[in-house]
Structure formats: C-alpha cells, structure tokens
Ligand binder design. Structure first.
Ligand code: HEM
Length: 505
C-alpha cells in the first residue's frame, strides 16, 4: 500500500515537472502568441516571477514593471499571458466607456471580489448595476447629500480642535481622523447608517485592524484565495479559534457587511423607513427588471456591501494624509492655500465652507490634483482582456484574450506631460497646460471609479476646513517616509504625527 502511494506520488511529481518544463518552453518559444513582445524571459515563463516581486519582495512588481519599460520599450510582456503598456495616448482606448476591454479576472481576489462591483467581470450584469447605481454617486447627488458629508467633516474638525494642545507635546496622528471620516461618510452615504467611528472615537476599531491587515498582505491574499473561500464558508465560531486576531478582523468585517445585507433583506420596508435617503441596497434590490435588470445574488450583494466600504474609505483617507504630509514638507504651500481660503471664507464660523465655493478656488484645486497625482491612489496596473481581433499598440500586435494593463504611476510620472514629475508642485496645474486626459487617479471608462464625485467632495471640504483653520507641522515623533510599496493602494512605512497650530479666526 505504502509502495503504491510512493509510486503514485513519484510519477505524479515527475509528470507535473515535465508538464511544467514543457509549458515553460512553449511560453518561451516562437510559437507562443506573445513571442514577439519583448520582456524578461522569466516573466514570460511563469507567473511565479510576479509572485516573487509582489509577495516575497512586498509590493515591488510595479517598480520592476517601470524598469522593464525603460529597458524594453512601451509594450512589455510582464507575464506568460500578460502585457503592460506605457503610452499615455492609449489609456483612453484601453479604459473606454464601451466595455470593449473586459475587466480581467482575479485581480480583486484579495478583497474577495468576484461578483460585486469591483471584481465583476460580466459586462452585462455590471452595466445593468452601474446604470442603477450611478445616479446615487452623480455630482448632483453629492451636492444634495453635501450637508450629510459636512456633518462628518465638522465632527472630524471638532476632533482635531480637541487635539491642539496635546499635539504639541505628543504629536497627533491625523490619518486616524481621516480614516474615521471616510468610513462614516461612505457608510452614511451608501447605507444611510454611519458606522459611528468619529462619534465614538473608535480609532482602534477592528475595521482598521482588518484594513491594515488587508493592505499589508494584499498580494498574499490574492495568491491564497482558495484558503479565503474556505474560511468564509466555515462557521465564524470555528474561524475564531484558528485565525490570528488581525486576520480574524478581516473575516469579521466581511461577516458584518453580510449581516447588514441579511438584515436589509429580512425586512426591506423597515430598513427603508429608517433611511434618510436612497441607499445602495434599495437601488440594487429594486432595479427595473422589465428593462433587463437582474437583482444581484446574495453573494454579489454581500460583496457590494464590503466593497463599497473598503473602496470608499482607505483610498480617500490615504489621499488626505498624503496632502497633509506634502503640505508639512513645504510650509509655503500651506501659506498660499491659507491666503486663498482666508479671502474666500473670512469667517467660516458664520458662513460655512461649502463644496461649491471651495470648488472655485484655483490653488486649492491645483493642490488636490497634485496630491492625487503622486503617488496615485491606485498606482498599479488595472488589468483588462484584449477583445476578439486583437489590438495593435505602439506597432506591436497584441492578440485576443491577452491580459493587458496600464498603471497610473507611469502616466503621472511621464516627463513629457509633467515637467519634473517627481516634484510636488501644485502650481504646475495653473502654470502648465496639462491635458486632463492624462490625469487618471480614478481610472477611466466603464470601470472607472464609481465614487469619485464623493471622493472629490470629501477632499475639497476636508482640506478647505483644515487649511483655513490650522497650520500643520511635523512633530518630532513623526516617522512617515516618502517611499511606498504597491499594496493596491500605496503603503508607506511609519506614522504621520503632526502639530496642529490654529490660524487666526
Ligand atoms: C481618492 C479616492 C479614490 C481613488 C484614488 C479611487 C480610485 C479608483 C480606481 C483607480 C478605480 C478603478 C479600478 C479598476 O479599474 O479596476 C476605482 C474603482 C472603484 N471605486 Fe474608487 N477611488 C477612490 C474613492 C472611492 C470612493 C469614495 C468610493 C465610494 C463609493 C469608490 C468606489 C469605487 C468602486 C465601487 C469602484 C469599482 C467601479 C467598477 O468597477 O465599476 N472609490 N476607484
């Protein structure tokens, strides 16, 4: 019996080894459809090369991709069946409004997204869902719900004002306020029920433990998706016993989102009666079926529930932190912003800072764009699939079914578009005529960011309030560094701790 098992294992192993070698040779051979596309041989041979730079080297794949473009040109084979493009003029073709290039599978496995908005690769169901959800996130809707967003901005400001004295001695970790703000805003906005992070000062809430864990292990989760599926299927009581607390927090966060869906489905009328405005679930469950709309599966609804929370919080909070970090580095920028804000809002206590008025301010607008340019909120590639017939890019033919992607970090660093690209320079947006098409922090097209109008409003309202009322300096205990790794969003080491100095009333 033992002999049999050993024999089967031996021959199985040899068989798999032969298959692996033959497949690698085929991938390197002139017979492979991507044979003519330049790139490192190891990347063409195996996806484990990506694994090495993403997982072992921790978020370095994007930086390798940039190096490969310098060596091989604008079209590079970065995987056995994947190419990456560095040609800003191609961005609008790849990320177009017509679903020509379908979203590639598997890129959002780290966030357990298969059927929800972020990860759905079925163009028909995605389009139908976006059609019903987009009006909730339109500019008009954001203006309509602005008082609710302002409520949380005011709470965040109150939290910051309470920190003034302490911040001088100990430094104030401002990012935690941004995280609380963005979670409360997206939960109130999408579900009409804020999680209450600001109100209860839940700065160490398990949600943030979960997000830190997710951000720290993005690519590990992407490569271990089978294990995640198993964990999600197990009863929570069992999972609780086997997982370390920070991983458990991720599962817990997803289970809480599920509970939200289940309670909505149990009594939709009661949930609607409680809500102050139309919510994501209401819309998803009442789309017009006669017009071909299909109510999403329970799994899709659950994924939407946690997808909106995750996509709508950490990205915007990171952008806000990035802005304050840059503003601390160059106090002149803060003074210029303050001058503009003081002229427009001489007495913010008497006349509130509104989104509409903040939007008109040129230097504030330039500053916000610059905070979204480098590093971009989602710096790495957004993979799509080449449609039937293939496509020719920069003289290279890329055949159908190839995975193809571009990265905003390359676009935003292009010296032909942005002079001295690595310099944080808000004035470039006023001084240089930068075509909007090359500025892509929110992606573009049919799969571009659904929440970008909400994000803009949060950024304008928060920065206008912060920089009108306070000046920020690095506290000596601040350890945040310039460099970052790609964890789907840029992750920086260290903590931003600031001293909060009130401006004149
Ligand atoms: C500064 C803040 C933000 C940045 C930089 C950002 C960036 C992005 C990017 C680049 C994508 C495209 C992903 C892809 O093509 O695969 C995206 C998609 C998405 N974002 Fe955002 N985002 C931000 C804020 C928000 C907010 C506040 C929400 C809340 C509603 C949100 C919800 C979504 C959703 C649902 C998608 C998926 C869209 C789809 O595939 O149809 N995002 N975001």
């Amino acid at each position: 019996m033992l002999n049999n098992i050993a024999d089967v294992s031996f021959y199985g192993g040899v068989g798999f080894g032969c298959f692996w070698v033959l497949r690698a040779l085929y991938r390197l051979s002139p017979f492979h459809p991507l044979a003519k596309i330049p790139g490192p041989r190891l990347a063409a041979m195996t996806t484990w090369y990506e694994f090495y730079f993403s997982v072992i080297q921790d978020g370095q794949f994007i930086f390798k991709t940039i190096e490969w473009h310098e060596k091989y040109g604008p079209v590079v084979r970065i995987g056995p069946n994947e190419v990456h493009i560095s040609d800003p003029t191609f961005y609008n073709t790849l990320y177009s409004k017509d679903y020509r290039f379908t979203k590639a599978k598997d890129h959002y496995r780290f966030a357990q997204q298969k059927e929800g908005g972020l990860g759905n690769t079925n163009n028909r169901t995605h389009k139908a869902r976006r059609n019903v959800l987009d009006p909730l996130f339109s500019t008009q809707s954001v203006f309509k719900l602005e008082p609710r967003i302002r409520k949380y901005v005011d709470m965040a400001m109150a939290r910051i004002s309470r920190s003034v004295e302490k911040s001088e001695k100990e430094g104030f970790e401002i990012n935690m306020v941004f995280r609380c703000l963005t979670v409360d805003v997206i939960s109130e906005y999408a579900y009409s029920e804020a999680i209450g992070m600001l109100e209860n000062e839940r700065l160490n809430d398990p949600f943030f433990v979960a997000m830190d864990n997710l951000i720290g292990l993005t690519w590990v989760y992407n490569w271990t998706w089978v294990m995640q599926d198993v964990l999600m299927a197990l009863p929570f009581g069992v999972v609780r016993r086997i997982l370390p607390p920070d991983v458990l927090a991720v599962v817990d966060f997803q289970k809480q989102a599920e509970a939200r869906v289940i309670s909505f489905l149990a009594d939709p009328e009661k949930a609607k009666a409680k809500s102050t405005h139309t919510t994501v679930f209401e819309v998803l469950l009442t789309g017009n079926e006669e017009k071909g709309y299909e109510v999403p599966s329970l799994r899709a609804l659950k994924e939407e529930a946690w997808g909106f929370l995750a996509a709508g919080s950490e990205t915007t909070a990171a952008a806000l932190s990035n802005g304050i970090y840059e503003a601390c580095k160059v106090p002149k920028i803060q003074d210029k912003l303050y001058g503009e804000l003081l002229a427009e809002f001489p007495d913010p206590d008497a006349t509130p800072i509104t989104y509409k008025r903040a939007l008109q301010l040129p230097y504030l607008s330039a500053f916000i764009k610059e905070t979204l340019r480098l590093p971009p909120g989602v710096p790495g590639r957004l993979p799509r699939v080449v449609p039937q017939g293939g496509i020719t890019v920069c003289g290279q033919f890329v055949p159908a079914d190839t995975t193809i992607g571009m990265s905003s970090i390359l676009q935003h660093n292009d010296p032909n578009i942005f002079k001295e690209p690595s310099k944080f320079d808000p004035d470039r947006w006023i001084r240089d005529k930068i075509p909007e098409q090359y500025f892509v922090p929110f992606g573009k097209g049919s799969r571009g960011c659904q929440g970008m109008n909400l994000a803009w409003a949060e950024l304008y309202l928060m920065y206008a309030n912060l920089l009108r009322r306070y000046r920020f300096e690095f506290h000596k205990s601040s350890t945040l560094v310039d460099g970052w790794t790609d964890q789907f969003i840029p992750k920086r080491e260290g903590k931003l701790r600031v001293v909060v100095v009130p401006r004149e009333k």
